[in-house]
Design a protein around this ligand. Structure first.
Ligand SMILES: NC(=O)C1=CN([C@@H]2O[C@H](COP(=O)(O)OP(=O)(O)OC[C@H]3O[C@@H](n4cnc5c(N)ncnc54)[C@H](OP(=O)(O)O)[C@@H]3O)[C@@H](O)[C@H]2O)C=CC1
Ligand SMILES: O=C(O)C1=N[C@H](C(=O)O)C[C@H](O)C1
Length: 242
């Protein structure tokens, strides 16, 4: 049995993970929240799963490196410097960072990449996400993951072709850009739709999460897969065989 340590264990995802670890017949090494000792947790774990806060990322990566255990980072709201920190840690341990651990969203990303590569630039791409009222970051990590997939399909740089947070007299939509819109309310676990819009026709590719069990199940699967892996950055499609 693998010993899995959870960072953010009292949170919404932390609770779902406790159930998923039991369902997978693995061992819960322990869990911490704000103020917890990540290094002590890492030393008693075979792998760490982090669904907490971007503020905690540096300490969590240091703990994983210190104990020499792999880490799955599911936390979203990450900035460029957080991705550099993941790269640095991945020189010494296996690191998998992803905005979404579910099979369905990773399959959707594959479809979006394919559609974006086949449809010309006269098909505008807009990504709409809806989440529960407690979510603190926008756009969601998943929306950005889907945006990256679309940008890869188009062979463009997402950072230089994004339209985010439109408000006021924005001017016409930039040709060839990828737009993002975020809705917040209720208890929605996570809905994402990638719209492809051309003159007189539209395609909408969607994923609707009915609960957090899908994220927790994927996270445990990734954690199991990470144990014993060489140092490096890994991605969910490798875990899921997509
Ligand atoms: N990749 C994916 O598939 C998914 C990613 N997420 C992401 O996971 C993250 C957590 O989501 P959710 O569970 O809903 O959020 P919650 O707010 O419910 O839980 C976050 C938990 O992290 C803890 N925490 C906060 N700061 C620290 C810290 N410095 N060190 C250790 N623990 C800390 C909190 O503890 P305290 O209350 O003490 O502050 C809390 O228990 C978000 O970024 C979310 O977007 C969510 C679902 C799926
Ligand atoms: O905060 C959430 O709840 C979720 N966060 C992730 C994201 O930002 O995409 C994944 C999922 O959609 C739920």
């Amino acid at each position: 049995m693998a010993r899995i340590g959870i960072i953010g264990s009292a949170g919404r995802m932390g609770k779902a993970l406790v159930e998923a670890i039991a369902a997978a017949d693995e061992d819960l090494a322990g869990g911490i929240d704000k103020g917890g000792d990540a290094l002590a947790l890492a030393r008693s774990s075979d792998v760490l799963i982090d669904f907490s806060s971007p503020h905690a990322l540096e300490a969590n990566l240091d703990a994983a490196v210190g104990a020499g255990v792999p880490i799955l980072v599911g936390t979203t709201g990450l900035e460029e410097r957080h991705h550099f920190l993941c790269d640095e840690a991945a020189e010494q341990i296996a690191v998998l960072q992803t905005g979404n651990t579910s099979l369905g969203v990773n399959m959707l990303a594959h479809l979006v990449r394919e559609a974006a590569s086949r449809l010309g630039e006269d098909w505008d791409i807009e990504i709409v996400e809806t989440h529960h009222r407690m979510k603190v970051d926008a756009p969601s990590g998943t929306a950005l993951l889907l945006g990256e997939a679309a940008a890869e399909g188009r062979m463009i740089d997402l950072a230089r072709h994004s339209e985010r947070g439109r408000d006021g007299i924005t001017g016409a939509r930039g040709h060839g850009t990828i737009g993002f819109a975020s809705l917040r309310g209720g208890s929605v676990a996570g809905d994402h739709t990638v719209h492809f819009l051309a003159d007189n026709e539209r395609i909408a590719l969607s994923h609707l999460a009915e609960n957090r069990a899908i994220f927790a199940r994927g996270a445990v699967r990734a954690a199991q897969w990470l144990i014993g892996r060489a140092a490096g950055r890994y991605r969910m499609p490798e875990v899921l065989g997509l």
